[in-house]
Write a protein that binds this ligand. Structure first.
Ligand code: VGL
Ligand code: ZN
Length: 201
């Protein structure tokens, strides 16, 4: 068992990011057994859940004439447009049925504000609106994080970079993550994480 200053953060292991889902990540479900096993090493396990209203502005369906996987300009900067996914209360937003959610101390939902996406577990995409996770971790005395989940190049990447920027020691278990890999986004994410001081293993 790891010391109590460490937490395992499991990012968005939800049906819509697994094969058959609305925004399926290749092999996304393959990481579930390894994540479940890793939970046994940690006194603190935290899950995140992408949790969008049906009219979320990151959905291409809300932008007539624009297609999924294109980019648009939002007040807070460029935003990739996605297929409708992880709509609150739907089966697609539910955790993968094999994920051991019983071990979770905290489930943090993100992306619930219709006007702004939230890749990171710490900040919405304006990079200033807090989700509350930082305060939770600090008040529990947690300063060291291991990240796993989906997708490596979006929500894992943004969460890892923000955590490092906030001063947490961060390790990303690449074997327990899978990527969307849109136009080189995986390579760019790995470079960004490394530059930020994230330990990619
Ligand atoms: C994610 C795209 C849109 C993720 C969430 O979990 O990586 N990617 N929403
Ligand atoms: Zn999303």
């Amino acid at each position: 068992m790891r010391p109590t200053n460490e937490a395992l953060l499991v990012i968005d292991v939800q049906n819509d990011f697994c094969p058959g889902g609305a925004l399926a990540v290749a092999d996304g479900d393959a990481i579930v057994p390894g994540i479940n096993a890793l939970m046994d090493d940690f006194a603190a396990v935290i899950l995140t859940q992408d949790w969008h209203p049906a009219n979320h502005s990151s959905f291409a369906s809300q932008h007539p004439g624009l297609d999924p996987f294109g980019t648009t300009e939002m007040p807070y900067g460029p935003q990739v447009l996605w297929p409708d996914h992880c709509v609150q209360g739907t089966g697609g937003a539910a955790f993968h049925p094999s994920l051991d959610t019983n071990r979770a101390d905290l489930i943090i939902r993100k992306g619930f504000n219709p006007g702004i996406d939230s890749y990171s577990a710490f900040f919405e995409n304006d990079q200033s609106t807090h989700t509350g996770l930082e305060g939770y971790l600090r008040t529990r005395g947690i300063d060291t994080l291991t990240l796993t989940g989906l997708a490596t190049d979006f929500c894992v990447n943004f969460s890892a970079v923000d955590a490092a920027r906030l001063g947490f020691a961060v390790t990303v278990r690449q074997d327990l993550c899978r990527a969307i890999d849109l136009d080189g986004s995986l390579a760019a994410a790995c470079a960004a994480m490394t530059t930020s001081g994230v330990n990619l293993v």
